[in-house]
Design a binder for this molecule. Structure first.
Ligand SMILES: [Zn+2]
Length: 181
């Protein structure tokens, strides 16, 4: 899908949420095509909720390999989010709206539908035992240090470092797998 179509799709979803697309007009947000769900595989089950996290097959394989290597180094990592459909992303936005948070604020930590790496099936949110919240504090964990030193070997890149050009907050927990091709 071309960029213009992706932008139009995002604007349509925003209008459906009663959000003026102008709120993101000043942001140079990336747009991503959403993956077909039949390309996703079950990657991991949430130990607390039983929710199944899905990724594309190559991203899933890379995640499992990375997780095994982390474990061998004594570092436990697990998924707290993986593939999210456009409609699920819209649901997350509704939750923020119901909490009375303004779009200008929640769009610094939650991407508009169409601009989230999570619907590519290649992005993961990671946590580690002992870290209560998936916030900037994850950046102070041993798991984060391990990821910084090792994740690139498995194709994972931290998408939103401090001062990233897209106007997202620092997200040390959010990594995206990029094919080596
Ligand atoms: Zn994320």
């Amino acid at each position: 899908m071309r960029l213009a179509q992706l932008k139009a799709q995002t604007e349509q979803i925003l209008r459906g949420l009663h959000i003026d697309p102008a709120v993101i007009a000043h942001r140079t947000l990336p747009y991503f095509e959403d993956v077909s769900e039949h390309l996703l595989v079950e990657t991991e089950t949430d130990a607390d909720t039983g929710r199944i996290y899905r990724l594309t097959a190559p991203a899933s394989a890379a995640w499992h390999t990375m997780k095994q290597h982390a474990a061998a180094d004594g570092v436990a990592i697990y998924l707290v989010s993986a593939y999210r459909s456009l409609s699920y992303q819209a649901d997350l936005i509704r939750t923020k709206q119901h909490a009375g948070i303004a779009p200008e604020v929640f769009f610094t930590s939650l991407a508009p539908p169409g601009c989230s790496e999570h619907h590519t099936g290649c992005a993961v949110d990671i946590n580690t035992p002992g870290c209560d919240e998936v916030t900037g504090v994850f950046g102070e964990t041993a798991a984060f240090t391990w990821l910084q030193n090792n994740a690139a070997r498995f194709g994972f890149v931290m998408s939103f470092p401090q001062g990233n050009p897209w106007g997202f907050i620092y997200e040390p927990w959010h990594w995206c797998w990029h094919s080596n091709s």
